[in-house]
Design a protein around this ligand. Structure first.
Ligand code: GDP
Ligand code: IMO
Ligand code: MG
Length: 427
């Protein structure tokens, strides 16, 4: 009996899909509890590449139950597209291996449209969202004007809720943004129809998870985005609209916080960010370009080039501490193979003062001057290494040095995108 939380400890794209797919082998349930189709989780199996947006990364393993919890902002059109896409590729997807919360809030066409309009409205202050309607959907959830999956299953209720929503949203779209409104009947037909397709998957996923845990099943919670994009604890306002770490599990899944046994963060051996906002260890020069080139750093959801920089031990320490992590997994260690020297951010200077803690409350994070140390690279291909002791001495020195700076044990190393390209270290 176990329950394990795995979350991103940077600004997203840490390699969560790869690791969840790997750990799913030992789990009975794999659970998404926040975020939506803003996520792009890549899983490579042999020659096949899957990019999962809404469906948990356990779906490629037969016999596992994949759960989309109540805290997910569910775009029902994307969800069904993803189900269809997987089925076309021969993956068995049905109500026995995919369950969807009746309480999940639904992303509607107007959420996606308003996401784009709000970004244009912000102008230079834009967030650089994925345009998937995430912020507007969560805003409606908090405003208590949203529609939930269960609403799509009852036509009369759906019409009532949709009609009330469109009254307000159309006014905003037409009068403030001077754009075209949505037509109630057309939207109603569309979402009731997709609701019918969702029906077989829908259940009380909170009860499902609590009962499964009581029966001794093992649960794996898959975080989306990263701790630094957390709505409460991240680089606000340049964040996403959910609690992205282990802290989002109880509210986003209906599984009690005190029943989560183990919490593990994931961080790359360097760092990336997509969209706007502070990124203290960003390298706008040759080093960053090289990391992006070797690491293939393009968004899995939007295709945007990711901003690249160096490992920031202050930010990762904060992310792990915040979520009570027992340890972490370092991914993409192989991307550093060709570097002669490797930089690691060890502390910050803000207004001339040195600090080794994340500056919560600092409203101008661009003031952070990261203090770096340089370590020698190993300049050897490590992608075929599977045992820690077989790594070059310089690689081990780097790993242990970073581990000490972060102050939490590295439980696994990932040295390539494939399932088996990992080096266990206690997980
Ligand atoms: P996620 O959003 O956290 O699941 O990460 P993404 O899928 O957006 O981005 C991670 C990318 O790195 C994907 O293309 C993965 O296939 C790839 N990847 C994951 N782990 C490793 C690794 O250890 N080494 C290399 N070279 N690539 C990796
Ligand atoms: P995964 O799960 C990286 C970023 C967007 C933008 C901000 C807000 O693949 O790690 P949103 O559309 O959520 O309102 O955008 O958050 N963002 C991500 N960046 N990986 C992700 O997901 C992200 N999901 C959202 O780029 O800066
Ligand atoms: Mg991603």
């Amino acid at each position: 009996m176990s329950s394990l939380s795995v979350f991103g400890a940077q600004w997203g794209d840490e390699g969560k899909g790869k690791i969840i797919d790997l750990l799913a082998r030992d789990a009975d349930f794999v659970v998404r509890y926040q975020g939506g189709s803003n996520a792009g989780h890549t899983v490579i199996v042999g020659d096949e590449k899957y990019v999962l947006h809404l469906i948990p990364s356990g779906i490629l393993h037969p016999g596992k139950v994949n759960v989309v919890g109540n805290g997910v902002a569910l775009d029902p059109l994307t969800f069904m597209e993803e189900v269809d896409g997987l089925r076309e590729r021969g993956i068995d997807v049905g109500s026995s291996n995919l369950r969807l919360s009746s309480s999940a809030h639904v992303i509607l066409d107007h959420h996606r449209k308003l996401d784009g309009l709000a970004e244009a409205w912000r102008g230079g202050g834009r967030i650089g969202t994925t345009g998937r309607g995430i912020g507007p959907c969560y805003a409606d959830k908090a405003s208590r004007t949203g529609l939930r999956v269960a609403d799509l299953l009852e036509p009369e209720r759906c019409r009532e809720r949709l009609s009330a929503a469109l009254l307000e949203k159309n006014a905003l779209i037409e009068r403030v943004h001077e754009s075209d409104p949505f037509e109630l009947e057309e939207q109603f037909e569309k979402y009731v129809a997709v609701g019918e397709r969702l029906r077989p998957f829908v259940c009380d996923t909170g009860a499902l998870l609590r009962d499964a845990h009581k029966e001794g099943k093992s649960l794996l919670f898959e975080g989306a985005q990263g701790a630094m994009l957390d709505i409460d604890h991240g680089t606000y306002p340049y964040v996403t609209s959910s609690n992205t770490g282990a802290n989002g599990i109880p509210s986003g899944s209906g599984f009690p916080a005190r029943k989560v046994d183990r919490v593990v963060g994931i961080a790359k051996s360097y760092c990336t960010r997509v969209g706007e906002g502070a990124f203290p260890s960003e390298d706008g020069g040759e080093g960053g370009q090289e990391l992006g080139r070797v690491g293939h750093e393009f968004g899995a959801t939007t295709g945007r080039p990711r901003r690249c920089g160096w490992f920031d031990s202050v930010a990762v320490r904060y992310a792990l501490d915040l979520n009570g992590a027992d340890g972490w997994i370092m991914t993409k260690l192989d991307i550093l193979d060709s570097f002669e020297t490797i930089r690691v951010g060890t502390s910050y200077k803000i207004d001339g003062e040195e600090s080794s803690v994340w500056p919560v409350g600092c409203t101008d994070l661009s003031k952070i001057e990261v203090q770096y140390e340089e370590l020698p690279g190993w300049q050897e291909d490590i992608t075929a290494v599977r045992r820690y002791e077989d790594l070059p001495q310089a690689t081990r020195s780097y790993v242990e040095w970073v581990e000490e700076r972060v102050g939490a044990p590295i439980l696994m190393l990932s040295v390539g995108p494939e399932r088996d390209q990992v080096i266990p270290r206690g997980l």
